[in-house]
Design a protein around this ligand. Structure first.
Ligand code: NDP
Length: 250
C-alpha cells in the first residue's frame, strides 16, 4: 500500500520529461494516474507501461491544449475512465519563447493559451470533479522570479501568471481542504532543455554553474517535491511557491 492508494491523479504533459517523472512517482505511491499527452501518444503509452511495470495503474488522456474547448475535451476523456479525482498537476507547457524582438503575436498567444489559459479552464471545469481534501500543483519555473534568461521573457510571464493563479485559487478552494501550490523547477534535463544543455560543448557546465548545488536537475527531483505536496504530509502547505531550482535564485 502506497501513501496515495485509493486516490486518482491527473498529470498534464506526462508523456515526457518532468510530467512523466511526476506521473511515475505518483503511480509508485499508489495513485491511479491519468497520463495526459498532446501529440506523443506512443510516449504516453510508455509512461503508462512504466507505471504498470512498477505495480501501479494508469490510463492515457490525449488532448491538444491551447485550442478552444481543450479543457472540456480533456475532462470528457477523463470521465470515461474515472469518477472524480484527488490530485491535479498542471505540468504541460510550451517551454521556450523567442526574444521580444522576434516573437510573433501568434507565438505569444499560443504560449499564454497553453501555459495559462489551459490550466485555468482545466481547473474551472475540474473543480466539481476534484474531491474535498484534494491537491492542485501548478508547475511554474524559476524564471518567474529571475531575469537570468531575459530572452525567454514571454515564457517567464506565463509562469508569473500561473503563480498568481495558484495563490488566489488556494483561497477559493481552501474551504474544501484543497491545497493549491506552484512548484518551480530550475534547469532540468528534458527534451525542452536539450539544445541548452547539449547544443554546445560547455552547455551543461554553464547550466550547472547557475545552481548553488552545481548541477542540473532530473525530473525525479521535481517529482519528489510534488509527491510530498500531494501527500497527507503536505496538508498545511497552500498558496506557496516552492523553489526546486537547486539554489539557482540565490
Ligand atoms: P517537455 O517539453 O519535455 O514536455 C512537455 C510536455 O507537455 C509533453 O508531455 C507535451 O506533450 C506536453 N505539451 C506541450 N505542449 C502541449 C500542448 N499544446 N497540448 C498538450 N500537451 C502539450 O517539458 P519539460 O518536462 O521540460 O517541462 C515540464 C514543465 O516544467 C513545464 O511546465 C515547464 O514550463 C516546466 N519547467 C521546465 C524546466 C526545465 O528545465 N525542463 C524548468 C522550469 C520549468 P506531447 O509531447 O505529447 O505533445
Amino acid at each position: 500500500m502506497g501513501v496515495l492508494t485509493g486516490r486518482t491523479a491527473l498529470v498534464t504533459g506526462a508523456s515526457r520529461g518532468i510530467g512523466r517523472g511526476i506521473a511515475e512517482r505518483l503511480g509508485r505511491d499508489g495513485a491511479r494516474v491519468a497520463v495526459h499527452y498532446g501529440r506523443n501518444e506512443t510516449a504516453a503509452k510508455e509512461t503508462v507501461a512504466a507505471i504498470e511495470r512498477a505495480g501501479g495503474s494508469a490510463f492515457v488522456v490525449g488532448v491538444e491544449l491551447g485550442v478552444p474547448g481543450d479543457a472540456l475535451a480533456l475532462w470528457e476523456q477523463f470521465d470515461r475512465h474515472a469518477d472524480g479525482l484527488d490530485i491535479l498537476v498542471n505540468n504541460a507547457a510550451i517551454g521556450n519563447t523567442r526574444p521580444i524582438g522576434q516573437l510573433e503575436e501568434r507565438e505569444y498567444e499560443e504560449a499564454f493559451a497553453v501555459n495559462v489559459k489551459a490550466p485555468f479552464f482545466i481547473l474551472k471545469h475540474g473543480m466539481t470533479r476534484l474531491r474535498d481534501g484534494g491537491r492542485v500543483v501548478n508547475i511554474s519555473s524559476g524564471l518567474a522570479r529571475t531575469a537570468v534568461m531575459p530572452d525567454n521573457v514571454a515564457y517567464a510571464m506565463t509562469k508569473g501568471a500561473l503563480d498568481v493563479f495558484s495563490r488566489d485559487l488556494s483561497k477559493v478552494l481552501g474551504s474544501r481542504g484543497i491545497t493549491v501550490n506552484s512548484v518551480a523547477p530550475g534547469i532540468i534535463d528534458t527534451d525542452n532543455t536539450a539544445a541548452l544543455l547539449h547544443g554546445s560543448p560547455d552547455g551543461w557546465a554553464k547550466a550547472a554553474a547557475i545552481s548553488a548545488l552545481g548541477g542540473v536537475g532530473e525530473p525525479a527531483e521535481v517529482a519528489d517535491v510534488v509527491a510530498f505536496l500531494v501527500s497527507d504530509g503536505g496538508r498545511w502547505v497552500t498558496g506557496s511557491w516552492v523553489d526546486v531550482t537547486g539554489g539557482s535564485l540565490t
